[in-house]
Design a protein around this ligand. Structure first.
Ligand SMILES: C[S@@+](CC[C@H](N)C(=O)[O-])C[C@H]1O[C@@H](n2cnc3c(N)ncnc32)[C@H](O)[C@@H]1O
Length: 222
């Protein structure tokens, strides 16, 4: 497992979001400090020289985290929320990070031309099952030889963790942090069947950290 980012690096990323009257100003540092997913992604792809495509990148936190972790590969982030993409671009400029591209694009209508490592964090629950299958099939085509598709998702099962995950996603919608509420949560079978058929080797493991959510890390390797 990779070392977590230093306090100075976390502060540097947080300071890129300087609007102290905006609640995101407080959200960014606490999210980076407490969410285990960013260091998990560094563990999976941090040593690779392949470029990175971050689908549903939000305000670009993963890209900044990768840069602060010493990852120099080109990174493209896309998200259908134009407001978040504008923020991501401003933060990248403020941070002086090179090789970062942010695009406003709906992943249901296609993905940029790309070959490398692909990351999808916390967006599949906004897609219907056929849309999830289509996105995973398309994302698999963007994974280069020796590359990985790294996904974090809450998984549908009958656990209390799953019920808390659903409540958390609705809270994000009600507080306007997310444009939509959850639609459908994937299960293990989705990843194994779709990504397995695309020729990727799939591994699924819990990624709970200190959270109450039913999050899992899905790593599919070519
Ligand atoms: C829970 S946030 C995760 C943000 C980011 N991946 C992270 O971990 O910091 C989910 C993101 O998915 C984006 N999203 C949802 N549906 C999308 C779609 N159809 N195409 C692109 N982005 C989408 C949302 O705008 C939001 O930024």
């Amino acid at each position: 497992m990779t070392q977590p980012l230093s306090q100075a690096s976390l502060q540097r990323i947080a300071s890129l979001y300087p609007r102290i009257w905006d609640y995101n100003h407080y959200y960014v540092p606490s999210k980076l400090r407490t969410d285990p997913v960013y260091s998990a992604v560094v563990s999976e792809i941090g040593a690779s020289a392949l470029p990175v495509l971050d689908i549903g990148c939000g305000i670009g936190l993963l890209a900044f985290y990768l840069r602060e972790s010493g990852v120099t590969a080109d990174i493209t982030g896309c998200d259908y929320d134009a407001w978040k993409i504008t923020n991501a671009k401003c933060m990248a400029e403020r941070g002086g990070y090179a090789g970062l591209t942010f695009l406003a694009a709906d992943a249901r209508t296609g993905l940029p031309d790309f070959s490398g490592n692909v990351v999808i964090l916390d967006i599949l629950q906004f897609f219907k099952r056929p849309e999830q299958e289509a996105l995973l099939r398309l994302a698999a085509t963007r994974v280069a030889e020796g590359g990985k598709l790294v996904i974090r998702s809450g998984l549908h099962d009958d656990s209390t963790r799953f019920r808390i995950t659903v409540a958390g996603d609705w809270l994000a919608k009600l507080t306007f942090w997310m444009k939509s509420g959850p639609v459908c949560y994937p299960d293990c079978e989705l990843f194994e069947s779709v990504l397995g058929s695309a020729g990727l080797k799939v591994q699924i493991s819990p990624l709970w950290g200190g959270t109450p959510f039913n999050n899992h890390l899905i790593v599919a390797e070519r």
